[in-house]
Design a protein around this ligand. Structure first.
Ligand SMILES: *[C@@H]1O[C@H](CO)[C@@H](O)[C@H](O)[C@H]1NC(C)=O
Ligand SMILES: *[C@@H]1O[C@H](CO)[C@@H](O)[C@H](O)[C@H]1NC(C)=O
Ligand SMILES: *[C@@H]1O[C@H](CO)[C@@H](O)[C@H](O)[C@H]1NC(C)=O
Length: 222
């Protein structure tokens, strides 16, 4: 009797863990930054170019890069375009992410786009970030070995920023976190950290506004 009961207990426990792990696997894909990296890698593969490692440390820097704009879409492109000084990577972005400054590697390309309307990753890729031959050249560059993506709405709402950073560093030994664990910085989502980040709660409440939002679009490439 005791044996049967403990067997039942083990069985229930196993089922519970199976359910829990299946559940977390479903949620892990629920991150627009991870989805953007997936779309980007699919596109590279279709062009017979290697897929890039998704580096969470690099992706965290991409989120910091967005934050440097303080929600100002107008500074992303156009005649008033600005970009954060390169020194910010080591002095501000890396410490905010808990990324060891000694492990920073060259940035071989970057995309930054901003739009008042929220779109999903495939549309962000094709409609905001990849808009001309120059961006395709950056996307298909063989200089990259790894990538990191981030997306954020200012205070969880519009405007929405998308940022992709590429690097030529060795995936496992560059942009590494102090203690080896990704430091999640909110608000915003970044790729590669197995982090559930749909942001849907904050964003869905604004759906009425998106409908009427003008689609101001800026993209800036280097
Ligand atoms: C890759 O993305 C670009 C830009 O959206 C698109 O024009 C091209 O058709 C895509 N390539 C493939 C093979 O899907
Ligand atoms: C790749 O790197 C080399 C050397 O830094 C540079 O000259 C070249 O323009 C880069 N290619 C692309 C497509 O960015
Ligand atoms: C990087 O680390 C992962 C997991 O630890 C390992 O599977 C992979 O082979 C490593 N890649 C390189 C290039 O060392």
């Amino acid at each position: 009797m005791v044996n049967i009961m403990s067997m039942c207990y083990v069985l229930v426990t196993l089922l519970f863990f199976r359910a829990a792990s299946a559940d977390s696997q479903i949620k892990v894909t629920d991150n627009p930054a991870d989805k953007l990296v997936a779309v980007l890698n699919e596109n590279r593969t279709a062009d017979k170019i290697s897929t890039l490692s998704d580096n969470p440390g690099l992706a965290c820097l991409a989120l910091q890069y967005i934050k440097a704009y303080q929600g100002d879409c107008g500074a992303v492109g156009g005649s008033d375009a600005k970009k954060p000084p390169e020194s910010q990577f080591a002095e501000v972005f890396a410490p905010n992410c808990g990324v060891k400054a000694s492990t920073l590697a060259p940035i071989t390309g970057r995309f930054l786009g901003c739009q008042t309307k929220y779109v999903h990753a495939p549309e962000a890729f094709s409609d905001i970030l990849i808009r001309n031959q120059r961006s395709l050249d950056i996307l298909y560059s063989k200089n990259h070995t790894q990538v990191g993506a981030a997306v954020t709405g200012t205070d969880g709402g519009s405007p929405y920023f998308w940022c992709v950073l590429f690097s030529s560093g060795k995936p496992n030994s560059t942009f590494t976190f102090e203690g080896g664990v990704a430091k999640l910085t909110k608000p915003g989502c970044f790729s590669g950290a197995n982090d559930v980040c749909s942001g849907a709660d904050g964003w869905s409440s604004l759906s009425g506004i998106w409908l009427f939002a003008t689609s101001v679009l800026f993209a800036f490439l280097l």
